[in-house]
Design a protein around this ligand. Structure first.
Ligand code: ASP
Length: 419
């Protein structure tokens, strides 16, 4: 099925381009098919984000069981995901792959343009609307995110009697994941219609090559970001494992290949657990940290959400202040968490980041031809990050344990000597 899908996507790109150039009127007439596809993505985005966030945050709550190991993991994840988003935003600001690309690439599929500027106070006010249902109806995602965070914290503090609710949300999340997998089968149709109708806009045809160049630069910059993300984490492994660092990479290559093939960090988890065993990481640490980190440590995805949004803003010529970029920074981290383990989940939850930056969701059409392959790479980085996280937490907790045991041992020795 995967191979078939790949060829179907290629075919839809070719047909979309040919149709856009030679049958522009017909392509514009079937633009509604693409709009339908985007609507379906948006339809699932909200409930998915809500249920996935509740699942992820309530699992953080359970870390109290594991005390310091849980705290180390959360700390590592926060640092790692923030670094990823920071690297991505920095690279985009330096290379500016979107600058000079025709905004019609995005605006061809929207009836209204978004010109609202972002300032800090209105951003804060949108986070706390008086009516959450009205906010959901208006597709304001940030209030939903904040609501799910508070809701999850309340679930954790209620404890036992909230368990059925937490289980319900985990079940809901699985159902939405299934729906996304089905929806992704429609990608070729959505892509054909959106790409074809965008190209049908006469002005675009002349600038097509330029756009392709811009897209390729964007992909190269994103890949560079992923590479840098892997490299700074490799430096940690070098420090922890010294000469055995290459063995770590060798063992990690199996789960990373699985991540590439499955496009799902959760599906890769069993293979990652085997690698952790072969790397002789403490069993208790690996069994807790790996699944936990897989749920929330989506550095590659968060980077993707951030760089894509900034890329679109560059195409649209939107001037983003530092505050607005901080907004993208935060929403990308949260949106990454919402995509946990779902093949191409990052594409769906990106809607949240786009909304918060006032970028039309039709911008996703630019990513559709490449998302499948980019997903494989970012999933590899997510899995690599979880393994490094586990090794780091194992190293720190073992060192702490030794430090706690050694003084006793030293004192004992002293007592013996005195006797
Ligand atoms: N497929 C990714 C994962 O499972 C999520 C995404 O970026 O779409 O980690």
């Amino acid at each position: 099925m995967n191979n078939k899908m790949f060829y179907l996507i290629l075919l839809s790109i070719v047909l979309g381009i040919v149709g856009g150039i030679f049958l522009p009127e017909q392509m514009i007439a079937i633009r509604w098919l693409g709009t339908l596809f985007i609507n379906l993505l948006k339809l699932i985005a909200l409930p998915l984000i809500f249920s996935a966030l509740v699942g992820a945050i309530t699992s953080i709550g359970n870390t109290r069981r594991l005390g310091s190991i849980g705290v180390y993991t959360i700390f590592y994840v926060m640092v790692s995901v923030s670094f990823a988003v920071f690297i991505g935003l920095l690279l985009l600001n330096v290379f500016k792959p979107g600058a000079g690309l025709p905004p019609e690439l995005i605006l061809a599929n929207v009836s209204t343009t978004h010109t609202k500027t972002l300032d800090f106070s209105s951003f804060l006010l949108t986070l706390f609307p008086p009516n959450i249902v009205a906010a959901a109806a208006k597709f304001e995602i940030m209030p939903i995110v904040f609501f799910s965070i508070v809701f999850s914290i309340a679930c954790i503090s209620v404890g036992e009697s909230a368990k059925p609710v937490m289980n319900l949300f985990n079940g809901l999340r699985d159902i939405f994941v299934k729906m996304i997998i089905w929806l992704m089968y429609l990608t070729p149709i959505g892509l054909f219609s959106l790409l074809g109708s965008a190209i049908a806009e006469a002005a675009l045809q002349k600038r097509l090559m330029e756009s392709v160049r811009g897209m390729l630069l964007f992909i190269v910059v994103f890949m560079l970001g992923l590479l840098l993300q892997c490299l700074w984490q490799f430096a940690i492994i070098r420090y922890i494992r010294r000469k055995k660092a290459s063995e770590f990479v060798r063992q990690a290559s199996n789960p990373m290949l699985t991540a590439f093939v499955t496009s799902s960090s959760i599906a890769t988890l069993p293979v990652a657990l085997i690698a952790a065993k072969q790397l002789k990481l403490t069993d208790e640490v690996a069994r807790f940290v790996l699944p936990f980190s897989t749920t929330i440590n989506l550095a590659g995805t968060a980077m993707y959400e951030a760089v894509s949004t900034l890329f679109f803003c560059q195409i649209l010529g939107m001037h983003l202040s530092i505050t607005a970029q901080i907004g993208i920074f935060i929403t990308s981290i949260v949106a990454g968490m919402g995509a946990t383990g779902i093949p191409e989940g990052g594409l769906v939850t990106m809607i949240m980041v786009l909304r918060s930056a006032n970028v039309p969701t039709s911008a996703l059409v630019l990513l559709l031809p490449f998302d499948r392959i980019l997903d494989r790479f970012r999933t590899m980085v997510n899995v690599w990050g979880s393994l490094v996280c586990t090794a780091t937490v194992d190293y720190v907790s073992t060192k702490k344990q030794r430090a706690a045991v050694l003084p006793d041992y030293a004192a004992e020795k002293e007592d013996v000597a005195l006797a």
